[in-house]
Unconditional design. Sequence first.
Length: 317
Amino acid sequence: MPAVPALETVDLRKTYANGVEALKGVSLRVEPGDFFALLGPNGAGKSTLIGILSSLVNPTSGDARAFGISIHRDRGAVMRQIGLVPQEINFNQFETPFDICVNVAGFYGIPRDVARPRAEKYLNELRIWDKAFQQTRMMSGGMKRRLMIARAMMNEPRLLILDEPTAGVDIEIRRSMWQFITGINRAGTTVILTTHYLEEAEQLCRNIAIIDHGNIVENTAMRTLLAKLDVETFILDVPAGFAGEALPEVPGVKLTRIDAQTLEAEMSKSHDLNSLFAALSGRGITVTSLRNKTNRLEELFVRLVEHGKPDQGRAAA
Ligand code: ADP
């Protein structure tokens, strides 16, 4: 028997009072243990979807279930399964991280003698224990983001939802956040992530849904999605000296000069590189190194959202 999904939405619709149809029939399924990316441009409906799961928004119709429990049946039970890291920092800046964590545990009915060591554990794991007893307004933006994650862990959720958790956070802190989140995912927690850092989603997530104008336009394994992109772009480093020379014409390859030491070659995945190298050598241009341009997901995303939608048939009306 298939496992009960960590999250399932069935024809979920939301029309706000001003008439905006933020969700137009979203049906999604996230398996337990998954690391799932929800991507979409601004205004696509991501926050509305997350808001429904966290009881902040009432759906107009349809259902959402966490581990089989419907939001219409028992919102409290749904909330207990979920940890939410919202986009906006929304704790009291005059409280301390320790109190914020212990108090939120109180909402879930977790006794203080359980909550205190748990707060210490997560503040430690997120490397902000040394700030645990200072007012949070003294903390940096990256520390506040990590506190939001620690707070979301206080009910030890089976499903952790993170809404743009690394927006504006520097790379080192971002990495430590991902280390933590990858760790809890390995330990069994299902993770759903919305992010604008597409490379982050590409590296971390196993499955992906892309939402646009309230419709799911793609929902598949990350690997399958990336394989659809049959165009590959390489970045070639070349010695600075060739700058004035014309580039060779290579059939099937779009060769562009980026700057005096960099070329970009776009070609189909099945195209071989030999003809490109031969043509470049013919012009006396040596390639000193070659790498794959890593923004494939970004390219794909732009194509799906802006240039027609190959899987439109999957989207609920
Ligand atoms: P995203 O999180 O993907 O940026 P949102 O869910 O915030 O998208 O928004 C989806 C659409 O719903 C947008 O057109 C937005 O302007 C609209 N919207 C969001 N919240 C409200 C609200 N409280 N009242 C009216 N319209 C809203």
